[in-house]
Design a protein around this ligand. Structure first.
Ligand code: NDP
Length: 246
């Protein structure tokens, strides 16, 4: 039997990239999976079909993470549809970079709403449904620890906030047997950061392995944290970054 057989997961931003890889991996490991997305229903439905194809239940929910009501509703809908919620993966994120002069108030508000407020609100809502063995896993970023380029102050600020949130959640929820961790990917081949993009060679040169991650490589660590294998890991920041931070 798979480690998370019978469990239920919600992955925000699960229709593409790292989120889609996480959703599929958790389904392969035995979970029923709900995923949120912002715009692209077709991509979300394609992931749902793949999950159903491997014999698990799946649900796509359109929910902009900038909307706190939509985030809470997505958590509640997942628990209502599948009867429980065990694993929350806060993955949806916006990647707004630019010089200090370029980034305006709207960029700051959007980044904090999607990358910081939504994970917090989702964790609050999820904790109401979770029981012993619950998991809250947030996707941070390598730049939370090592910000090598100018223009990343806003994005790095938002991802660093997840480290503090995760430590606090670990204390708040530890007594209930629920863990909280943050996974920091390095450059990962997705639509947001394609391995054949204009800056890819520079990005990968900052890793010790001199290559991009595949989304599956990030998903593997999320899967480890989701099962019994992750039971004694909490409050941790885990780099899956090819050595970006060394
Ligand atoms: P992608 O752009 O490939 O995919 C983003 C996913 O999130 C899509 O499913 C998208 O849905 C969804 N999404 C975007 N905005 C929202 C929103 N406001 N509300 C709900 N869903 C939303 O991103 P990645 O897979 O590259 O990134 C995933 C996470 O990993 C992010 O938090 C990112 O910051 C982090 N990360 C990525 C790295 C990389 O190199 N790729 C490196 C370090 C961290 P839709 O298609 O409908 O828009």
């Amino acid at each position: 039997m798979n480690e998370i057989e019978g469990k239920v997961a919600l992955v925000t931003g699960g229709s593409r990239g790292i989120g889609a890889a996480v959703a599929l991996r958790l389904a392969q490991d035995g979970a029923d999976v709900a995923l949120t997305y912002e715009r692209n229903t077709e991509r979300a439905d394609a992931v749902v079909d793949k999950i159903k194809g491997i014999g698990r239940r799946a649900l796509a929910i359109q929910a902009d993470s900038a909307d706190t009501g939509a985030v809470t509703a997505a958590v509640d809908e997942t628990a209502a549809t599948f009867g429980r919620l065990d694993i929350l993966v806060n993955n949806a994120g916006v990647f707004l970079v630019g010089s200090l002069e370029e980034l305006g108030a709207e960029d700051i508000d959007r980044t904090l709403a999607v990358n910081v407020r939504a994970p917090f609100v989702a964790a609050q809502a999820a904790a109401r449904h979770m029981t012993d063995g619950g998991r809250i896993i947030s996707i941070g970023s390598n730049v939370a620890e090592r910000t090598v380029f100018p223009g990343f102050a806003l994005y790095a600020m938002s991802k660093t906030a997840l480290i503090g949130m995760t430590k606090g959640l670990a204390r708040d929820l530890g007594p209930r047997g629920i863990t909280a961790n943050v996974v920091h990917p390095g450059p990962t081949d997705t639509d947001a950061n394609p391995a054949d993009g204009p800056n890819a060679e520079t990005f990968q040169s900052f890793t010790a392995l001199n290559r991009y991650a595949t989304p599956d490589e990030v998903a593997a660590t999320v899967a480890h944290l989701s099962g019994d294998s992750g039971a004694y890991i909490t409050g941790a920041s885990i780099n899956v970054d090819g050595g970006w931070t060394v």
